[in-house]
Design a protein around this ligand. Structure first.
Ligand code: PMP
Length: 359
């Protein structure tokens, strides 16, 4: 008889079901996938070119120190490349932080409607995830400070948050960083930071404190979700720890090359951000006119709220018949809401027309 068991809580984690890109009975060219917050315009053409140029060196292991990508990120964002770490998506950075800093008996704080990987990575590390209530779907700093204790090791906040799209300001973040116990690291997840005008994702706070880490991704505005690249900016001591636990070849060569070209193409990024703002307003206003309100989103999606969970479910089913895949967020404690990625203009028009027909 064996007694082989995973860490406590792991078998309660629901398997991921959000990745589908096909709908039964709908021709593939009619399917509109608006469930994963992808960039509808795809990556910069320069990133695609850089990716294709890697075809002749696929037999080589990639760079293990990610020097070229870190240098590019450092230049574009005005950051010290020695304090940057790259990972296979920001998912990997989140996971490395949990592996390195939290274990059995430790607590990892995340917010009520926070990104699912915080809880999952904490459980996989053997630590205890602690959920803190939001206030009206906005991160509540005082509630987080009240929940922190001698067992707290990590506090994860996405800003803007997924799936709510809401944000908290710099003063609130500084208050949080200053108020946490000295053995707790504050992780600011900036997966959607580039969609916010004049927001550094928390980089200045990382510079100013020794207990703050920022994570970022190439999956959203840079349109490279398929390649899996993310990065983190952290105090030197944290970078040193994470570099010890990560696999030496954790990011593939084509992914490193495409990400470097993407981050250097600032014009393309700026155009995507501007288009997202315009189309996000069009989507939110169009839905509001149909009696479907949403909180002010700073990201590339809106959280559309229906009068009841039953109506959200019925609208989701209706949209699927119309060939539109959006994200149900009942698993995030928001059964009456649907998270809809901001697509291109035609996509936004299709969503509004379909919801109008549904209502
Ligand atoms: N953080 C947040 C808030 C996200 O929404 C996502 C993607 N859904 C991630 C991190 C992970 O992104 P990736 O691993 O693709 O970098």
């Amino acid at each position: 008889m064996t007694d082989i068991r995973p860490q406590p809580g792991i078998l309660d984690i629901a398997l991921y079901e959000g990745g589908e890109s096909a709908l039964p009975g709908v021709p593939p060219e009619r399917v509109l996938k608006l469930s994963s917050n992808e960039n509808p315009f795809g990556p910069s053409p320069k990133a695609i070119e850089a990716y294709q140029a890697c075809a002749s060196s696929l037999h080589r292991y990639p760079s293990s120190d990610h020097r070229a990508l870190r240098a590019a990120i450092g230049e574009v964002h005005g950051l010290d490349p020695d304090r940057i770490i790259c990972g296979a998506g920001s998912d990997e950075i989140i996971s490395l932080l949990c592996q390195a800093y939290a274990g059995p008996g430790d607590e990892v704080i995340h917010t009520e409607h926070g990104f699912a990987m915080y809880r999952i990575s904490a459980l996989a590390a053997g630590a205890t995830p602690v959920e803190v209530r939001e206030r009206e779907r906005v991160t509540d700093v005082e509630a987080i400070l009240a929940a922190a204790n001698e067992r707290t090791r990590l506090v994860f906040i996405a800003n803007p948050n997924n799936p709510t799209g809401t944000m908290i300001g710099g003063n609130a973040l500084a208050r949080l960083a200053d108020g946490l116990p000295e053995h707790a690291l504050l992780v600011l997840d900036g997966a959607y930071a580039e969609f916010v005008e004049d927001y550094d994702g928390g980089a200045a706070l990382v510079e100013a404190r020794d207990n703050v880490v920022m994570t970022r991704t190439f999956s959203k505005i840079y349109g490279l979700g398929g390649l899996r690249v993310g990065w983190g900016y952290a105090p030197r001591a944290v970078i040193d720890v994470l570099n010890r636990v990560r696999g030496p070849f954790n990011v593939s060569g084509p992914a490193l090359a495409a990400a470097e070209a993407a981050v250097r193409d600032r014009d393309y990024t700026a155009r995507c951000a501007a288009e997202n703002r315009r189309l996000r307003a069009m989507l939110a206003e169009g839905l509001a006119r149909l009696g479907v309100p949403s909180d002010t989103s700073q990201a590339n999606f809106v959280l559309a709220r229906f009068p009841s969970a039953a109506e959200a479910e019925a609208c989701d089913a209706w949209l699927r018949r119309e060939g539109i895949i959006v994200r149900r967020v009942a698993g995030y404690g928001l059964p009456e809401a649907l998270r809809i990625t901001v697509g291109d203009e035609e996509a936004v028009r299709r969503v509004i027309a379909a919801v109008r027909d549904f209502r």
